[in-house]
Design a binder for this molecule. Structure first.
Ligand code: PXP
Length: 238
């Protein structure tokens, strides 16, 4: 059985659009957990475009499953992680201009070994978000990563059948090497209710981290109730 990490960043994105209090990220996390999420995943970006430090601190107190913090490998955020101590940290590449995380982390960047050690010394499990690239996976092992999250963004964006097949093969080989290396195996980015099917068929991935497609579906499944509730209220039915 694979586990599901629900990424709730988009709840914070919506809240930040008005800089107000709703929708509440703690409520979103609780509903996700009550419906089977095994983990709540959030990304505290350096530009704080969605999740704020406040969210991280409060979610650390309220999440009952596991809290996985996606973050850049930089001093400021590593120090925040070490003081708040989420269960897991997933190191991701971060560029200010990007709409979402583009590509996997290059593990040849400066200070990465130091950051992994610092996080592990603080009893935080460290996962690295990388492309399904065998050289990077070997490096992840050498650097002491506990887990690898395979970046499925390229796979999710492909449209050509042959290219999709090749990418699935690449993911399969990567997944096997990660397991042989004794690291926990996660996957995520761009996965939706359709493109996840061939990945599920591999029967190798232990954990999925999914956000955009879940929050998108939640909008539509919640829309009918939200509209009819307001319509009732403006007609005096509470
Ligand atoms: N895993 C990682 C490491 C990510 O950075 C993201 C995006 O924040 C996700 C999973 C979830 O991606 P998506 O929102 O496309 O499902």
């Amino acid at each position: 059985m694979a586990t599901l990490g629900v990424n709730i960043d988009h709840v914070a994105t919506l809240r930040q659009a008005r800089l107000g209090k709703e929708p509440d990220t703690l409520f979103a996390a609780a509903i996700a957990e009550q419906n089977g999420a095994d983990q709540i995943t959030i990304h505290l970006r350096e530009d704080r475009r969605h999740m704020q430090l406040w969210d991280l601190k409060m979610l650390k107190k309220t999440v009952q499953t596991k809290l996985n913090l996606e973050m850049a490998a930089v001093d400021e955020i590593v120090n925040i992680a070490c003081s708040i101590k989420p269960d897991t940290v997933t190191l991701v590449p971060e560029k200010r201009e990007e709409l979402t995380t583009e590509g996997g982390l290059n593990l040849k960047i400066e200070n990465i070994e130091k950051y992994i050690k610092q996080l592990k010394d603080n009893n935080i499990e460290v996962s690295v978000f990388i492309e399904p690239n065998l050289e990077m996976i070997k490096l992840a092992k050498e650097l002491g990563a506990d887990a690898v999250e395979i970046h499925t963004g390229k796979y999710a964006n492909l449209t050509d059948k042959k290219e999709i097949e090749n990418e699935i093969l690449r993911i399969k080989k990567a997944a096997k090497l990660i397991k042989t290396g004794g690291m926990r195996l996660a996957a995520g980015h761009g996965l939706n209710y359709h493109n996840i099917l061939p990945i599920l068929e591999l029967n190798l991935i232990e954990e999925y981290n999914i956000g955009h497609s879940i929050i998108s579906r939640a909008v539509f499944f919640g829309m009918a109730e939200a509209v009819s509730k307001m319509k009732s209220m403006i007609n005096g039915i509470f």
